[in-house]
Ligand binder design. Sequence first.
Ligand SMILES: Cc1cc2nc3c(=O)[nH]c(=O)nc-3n(C[C@H](O)[C@H](O)[C@H](O)COP(=O)(O)O)c2cc1C
Length: 388
Amino acid sequence: MHSVAELRLRARARLPRVVFDFIDGGAGNEATLQRNESAFQDMRLLPRVFAPCRSRDLSTNLLGQRYGMPFGVTPMGLCNLAWPGTDLGLARAAAKAGIPYALSTMASTSIEDIARAAPDHTWFQLYVGGDAPVADGFLERALAAGIRTLVLTVDANFAARRLRDRRNHFALPLRPTPRLLADLLTHPSWSLATLAAGAPTFENFKPSASNPRRIDIADMLKALAQAEINWGLLAHARARWPHKLIVKGVLHPQDAQRIAAMGADGVVVSNHGGRQLASVPTSIEALPAIRQAVGPDFAVLLDSGVRSGDDIAKALAAGADFVLLGRTFLYGTGALGAERGPAVTIDILRGELDTAMAQLGCSTVQELRSAAFFPPLSWPNRQSGGSQ
Ligand SMILES: Cc1cc2nc3c(=O)[nH]c(=O)nc-3n(C[C@H](O)[C@H](O)[C@H](O)COP(=O)(O)O)c2cc1C
């Protein structure tokens, strides 16, 4: 396997359609999903010659911590659907590579198990639903588990219209229909592995669930939609969380500015991987205005549509401090399982990023941040960037 595109194709062949579509799909007509990738392809990096970069250092600082590479695993619920053991496999591989693994509130492995597997590299992502004490309980568990970075996601409190999931009647627990049976029978390696491991569920909700053995995704989404989302939520999280706090799902520069002013430590420019609305800007389009609004010293991370080391280089050149990837990692485990998949995916990204840096004439991530580029065609005020 030599690229994320190859991992995706292998994952598509190995996973039942209902599962692959849940991972791969987006909202509405999937226009945002498609543009997330094409905007990166539209952007061009402009190499410099005679630059001494025989050896490259991919490590970087983010929020006071040194990471081995300028990218990590973005939070995703139900990762173990991609392959049993995906959360743990990804967390262990991330720790080994010195990069962060962000565990979702909706994860299929508990906060405590992941924090044990990757003590210095686990971040915790919080969704706040209708029940505030439950959210506070998650914060207490994350703190007790030794986690020091909180990601507060603020762009997904309304159930999105994901047409593939609707067509496939996606539900969790999976509903036994003749169509599902046929899907499972024609993807035997996933079905047998999942049968042996047990179907994934929302592990973090087990202690508060009325029936821990049968937590329904529809109930989870309903609880999210009941939350009163306002700026008080950020103030509350800020007051309760004594360590680094990053707000994820920001596209408007004024929101980013207010988040910074309220004492958060960073934002993730993200459209949730095109999973929430088909009509919003891509992250790489939204990035320059956000960087301008918050200034050079505030941490700006980016996700949505990153599928290669070249894309990581582009995001950094365009103003991001750090990049997160979602589906890319699930394609890896869907294709190659929970042990090999994460390692191979990280190796592909590392190799591509290193090659891009060498070709551009950058020996450090810092230099990559000022690399020259032609912007994506869709940038609002198109001007070339970097030190040209
Ligand atoms: C299967 C799946 C589950 C996700 N679950 C969550 C989640 O629980 N919390 C969250 O903040 N974002 C979640 N996201 C969104 C990701 O964090 C991220 O914004 C998105 O995947 C980035 O786009 P990419 O997949 O193109 O890299 C999920 C994404 C996927 C693909």
